[in-house]
Design a protein around this ligand. Structure first.
Ligand code: SF4
Ligand code: SF4
Length: 497
């Protein structure tokens, strides 16, 4: 006897299995370029500021004295040094970079808690480059509708020249973006001349091509897909929001039920026209201007980068209809909910526990970095005990160990140092290139801004050794400042019976 469930299965019509793809087809977005509106102006200003800093930063000069590069911001890879105005970072101080990245991440969290995805909408180079590329498209191919028609039209001279002009302009921008990047890795006036005369290194041309190529692909083709699928920040940014964070959203309580306008509204009052219906006239201007092609009326979405261009678009529609602005607004959920019940007072709280936590942690990390920068060493030492052989027995029943001592002079003046031994009282030393043997102290000189390498031999009577390994400290005193840096090492000898 069949079970009721089996009977149901038998009664179903036989369906042909359809092969479904796990991936949605990409639908190209054709953003409408709206030139008016407060947020559009802010975006233009942000773009101008970004490009001014990006291309202008490498041309700033900073006097560091004779023989030192005078570029204010420079990553000198051959010289293994990074310069940022008065700060000079050596390779072993790369932890400053870690500190800077931590501060940058925390600042991003802090700004997100207050203003939502303002970084994505107005600060991120991907959205700024994309915005610039869309503007170029608009210049050569026309508005949204013209671009869609052109893409669907068969190839013609008109289509060809417009496409060629667009891509040529994109390439010029991409080359400039690549140039802006490599400019921070060499003296920019020399580099510019060498690039233009074909005398720059292959690495410089390669780096320019790589960065420029990424710009061309990401801003020209990938566009919103970078924000939606590639950027990790969009995945976790909502964790930083609360009801007081500023976000872009549609006020459904006011806009619904939406619908097109029937008949002319000329001479009619808005109250009469919109009686019994919502204020959204379903014009889709908010969708058309959206660079990621989403409909914000469907609620907050991962793909919304918070650029607020839909706010400008909807406000312009509301103005034309004589309705209050803000059907789509850049505001906190808290305020929007208050407005939905007729409360128009602003209640967004700036000072909230999470804001205090971010400020406290940023201040802490910045203080630690400032302190370590202010009190950083002007020199450092590195000692390597020779391994082959670890020790040798020499005449007079004495043991000798070899060491390589490196003194990093991190200032732009010759450094004078005194090397002494601590922990093994009868030990003496000799330094290759320095007169004298059985010395208790040796004076060493290291040229400005360089590393001095010294090979030293430490000798001790076999009878003074108690073990196979005896602790030995090499102390290097800076004779100019009086500071002492110690390095703990060991002195090796034979087994003691
Ligand atoms: S722009 Fe405003 S009125 Fe037009 S569809 Fe969008 S929300 Fe509705
Ligand atoms: S929905 Fe509005 S704020 Fe979000 S990305 Fe689109 S235009 Fe920008």
């Amino acid at each position: 006897m069949s079970s009721p469930n089996e009977a149901v299965v038998e009664d179903r019509p036989q369906q042909k299995k359809k092969k479904t793809s796990l991936y949605a087809d990409h639908v190209k977005a054709y953003p409408r370029y709206l030139n008016k509106g407060a947020f559009r102006q802010v975006k233009w200003l942000a773009m101008a500021a970004f490009f001014l800093i990006y291309w202008g930063g490498s041309w700033l000069r900073w006097d560091r004295g004779v023989g030192a590069p005078d570029q204010a911001i420079l990553i000198d890879l051959p010289g293994r040094r990074a310069y940022f105005f008065f700060i000079e970072i050596w390779p072993q101080e790369v932890y400053y970079l870690t500190g800077l990245l931590i501060i940058a991440a925390l600042t991003l969290f802090f700004v997100s808690a207050l203003f939502g995805r303002v970084w994505c909408g107005f600060g991120c180079w991907q959205t700024l480059y994309t915005d610039l590329f869309v503007w170029v498209e608009e210049v050569f191919q026309g508005g949204r509708r013209e671009r869609m028609l052109l893409d669907n039209a068969p190839w013609s001279f008109n289509k060809l020249w417009r496409k060629v002009a667009t891509h040529a302009s994109w390439l010029v921008i991409s080359v400039l973006v690549g140039y802006g990047f490599v400019a921070y890795f060499d003296n920019v006036p020399t580099l510019t001349r060498n690039l233009l005369t074909g005398q720059a290194s292959g690495t410089a041309y390669g780096a320019m091509a790589l960065i420029g190529g990424f710009c061309y692909l990401l801003a020209g083709y990938a566009r919103e897909q970078v924000c939606i699928y590639m950027c990790p920040y969009s995945r976790f940014q909502s964790a930083m929001f609360d009801e007081h964070s500023m976000i872009v959203s549609y006020e459904a309580w006011r806009g619904e039920p939406r619908g097109g306008l029937k008949g002319s509204i000329r001479g009619r009052q808005p109250d009469e026209v919109f009686s019994g219906r919502g204020h959204c006239v379903d014009c889709k201007m908010c969708v058309q201007v959206c660079p990621t092609g989403i409909d914000i009326r469907n609620g907050s979405q991962l793909a919304c980068i918070g650029c607020a261009l839909c706010v400008d678009a909807c406000n312009s529609v509301m103005d034309r209809l004589g309705l209050p602005r803000g059907l789509i607004s850049y505001d906190s959920v808290y305020n929007q909910q208050a407005r939905s019940v007729g409360d128009t007072s602003t209640r967004t709280k700036i000072l909230r526990p999470r804001v205090f936590v971010y400020v406290a942690v940023i201040s802490l990390v910045a203080s630690v970095m400032t302190y370590t920068l202010a009190t950083r060493k002007t020199y450092d030492i590195n000692v390597l005990h020779e391994r082959a052989p670890v020790y040798v027995e020499i005449a007079g029943n004495r043991i000798r160990n070899g060491y390589t001592v490196k003194i990093l002079n991190m200032v732009r003046a010759e450094g004078h140092y005194r090397l002494t031994l601590e922990g093994l009282e009868p030990a003496t030393m000799a330094v290759i290139g320095v007169d004298g043997e059985d010395l208790k102290a040796v004076e060493l000189t290291v040229p400005a801004d360089s590393v001095g390498t010294f090979r030293i031999f430490v000798t001790a009577p076999r009878a003074s050794l108690k073990d196979k390994k005896t602790d030995l400290t090499l102390a290097v005193a800076n004779l100019d400042t009086g500071k002492v840096v110690r390095h703990e090492n060991f002195f090796a000898g034979p087994d003691q019976e």
